[in-house]
Design a protein around this ligand. Structure first.
Ligand code: AMP
Length: 251
């Protein structure tokens, strides 16, 4: 496995890659089995798998959340190597945003709903970094988790809107044994919150309506950002202290 911290070097190297298909798994590190399932999906399909680790400051609406975002690069690289990743991109912020974010991708409808309503600018930051990373990697397939369902939808719509020649592959949510969706942020939960956290999944899965799920979550002591049904999905976000958890289920 080769790790690139210089995107200039990566771009030169990328020009020499002739093998296809090429798969790409963008991450913000603090990796867990959910991320690795995306790598596994790529390893099954692609001849070459590229992962990136970049904690994108532009998608954090709350600086405290950015500062507290977990990172463990050594363990991340060990996991990616063991999973068979060929190349890892670990850019510095200045390499991704040499323009200081003068240019960005903005979506004006869906990105303002659900998580976007509670995190101003978040999805502009996500779409912008994904667009930049896709242009750097130029993969045939790019893998994203259904865990971040609104993000997945927005990215799919963005690549269609801009005719980006990439196939977006949706990967199902990987959960802990007690049902909690795996997330880097779970590391930040204290013992009591960690015990309560699986109730988020239970509530949205077992309730007849979004309102019923909201009531259950409030009763259990969650701070509820939203629970809402769109098409065949129920999406939810809650806060437990400083930690925000999201989840969704098919309904
Ligand atoms: P993140 O590092 O949180 O930005 O996530 C990187 C990618 O991994 C995104 O496409 C996420 O949707 C995906 N991902 C994160 N957690 C999970 C999970 N529990 N199951 C499946 N995919 C996930």
């Amino acid at each position: 496995m080769k790790v690139f911290t210089s995107m200039t070097q990566w771009q030169t190297f990328r020009q020499g890659i002739k093998e296809h298909p090429l798969g790409f798994v963008p991450t913000m590190g603090a990796l867990h089995q959910g991320h690795l399932s995306l790598v596994e999906a790529s390893r099954e399909t692609d001849l070459i798998t590229i992962a990136s680790i970049f904690v994108n400051p532009r998608q954090f609406d709350d600086k405290r959340d950015f500062d507290a975002y977990p990172s463990d690069y050594q363990s991340d690289l060990e996991m990616l190597e063991a999973a068979g990743v060929h190349f890892v991109l670990m850019p510095e912020t200045g390499q991704i945003y040499a323009d200081d974010y003068r240019f960005k991708v903005t979506e004006s409808e869906f990105s303002h709903k659900f998580c976007g309503a509670h995190r101003p600018g978040h999805f502009d930051g996500v779409l912008t970094v994904v667009m930049r990373l896709l242009n750097l990697v130029r993969p045939d397939n790019a893998y994203f988790g259904e865990k971040d369902y609104q993000q997945l939808k927005l990215i799919s719509d963005m690549v269609a809107a801009f005719f980006v020649p990439v196939n977006i592959v949706a990967c199902q949510t990987i959960r802990e044994e007690d049902g909690l969706a795996m997330s880097s942020r779970n590391r930040r939960l204290d013992k009591k919150s960690r015990q309560l956290a699986p109730e988020l999944y239970a509530a949205i899965r077992n309730s007849a309506t979004a309102d019923e799920a909201t009531e259950i979550l409030l009763e259990k002591g969650f701070d509820v950002d939203y629970v809402e049904d769109i098409a065949d999905r129920r999406l939810a976000a809650v806060r437990m202290g400083d930690t925000r958890l999201i989840d969704n289920v098919k309904i």
